[in-house]
Design a protein around this ligand. Sequence first.
Ligand SMILES: *Cc1c(COP(=O)(O)O)cnc(C)c1O
Length: 419
Amino acid sequence: MNGPWYEEGPSALWAPYCQMKTAPAPLPVVATRGCRITLADGRELIDGVASWWSACHGYNHPHILDRVQAQLSVMPHVMFGGLVHEPASVLARRLLAIAPGAMSRVFFSDSGSTAVEVALKIALQYHKNLGRSGRDRFVCFSDGYHGDTLGAMSVSDPEASMHRAFRDVVTKHLVVDLPRDSQAVRSLDAFLGANAGRIAGMIIEPLVQGAGGMRFHSAETLAAVRELASRHGILFIADEIATGFWRTGSRFACDQAAVVPDLLCLGKALTGGVIGMGATLATDAVFQAFLSDDPELALMHGPTFMANPLACAAANASLDLFETEPRAGQVSAIEATLREGLAECRRLPGVVDVRVKGAIGVVQLEPGIDVRAMRPRFIERGVWARPFKDIIYLTPSFVISQDELDRLTRAAREVVAGT
Ligand SMILES: *Cc1c(COP(=O)(O)O)cnc(C)c1O
């Protein structure tokens, strides 16, 4: 108890996504505000990541803090089995009102990964409840990522993902490439036709595959795979945990392809990045398959902290902000600035691609370049960025100022150029 907490020697913590033996110590952070992260030594970083693109309204937005504080003094939590409360009831209705198509039910859980687990369970049991046995596999896509829990890992790319170590342990699903032309769509159609009897669902990150390397695909590809899923009686699961809430330039990425999923997973920006929460939305057709006099047909799932009132309050406040503040316009302005600010990187050695969609900017480098080594060079420039795999990416908060965003893109140019 002599020095400050962060000087107390080897930490008691096990940090995420890193080799604890060699990883540099994490930076002690003491406060956040707007698009800034304040470190213990007083340095302030401009946040280029928005806390894994969840803090879409910036940190400490007064409206969210106010609504969460009000909820805190009334009812921080109560179990959801046999009880219901206003923040959850209101939030569910509001999510259904903005979701693509006509979804009809919302199942709340704790995180993005659990929202995916719930979707997978629902899809498996849906077919079982309808008396279709043998539909116990999922179609998923190379470079896909759906979370870190076992079920979510099993539908992530088994070879290219960070979960490679588990590829022989998890259930093996049908991993296919995203069909990027009509020839590929026809082959996938044939593949699904031959295997439909054992496929429960197809899961996809619409338009942008995030943790798999910020890979983009077209609205045509998204619409085509949705159509194939319908044709073969396969439930279509849109994992919009990263893409939802305007990150790709529309409220949901599915909206750009007029795609309506059977199941929709939400997380990350759902609460404005303030508290962990996941939601799995289902269509009425899916929900109906669970209604029966037979208790065996019920969905047996119920996290202890399901529909946590503080998380619901944060999510409701976040939805208020999407209604009252000009987020759509901010995202298109960010898109324009990212395009302009990153374009120059194309000419730099080692760069293989520069791409921008909505408030996502990506500079992809040649394989073999150590992008992690670039992390400290961003910090030297007062910027928080976390290059991984073969990419540098910027996913700022939507409230970022022009000046702050310019500093992010300038840092990216300088770091890539090695200056
Ligand atoms: C982050 C993410 C998840 C997992 O969400 P957690 O809240 O980290 O469990 C799942 N799918 C996608 C597409 C994600 O980006």
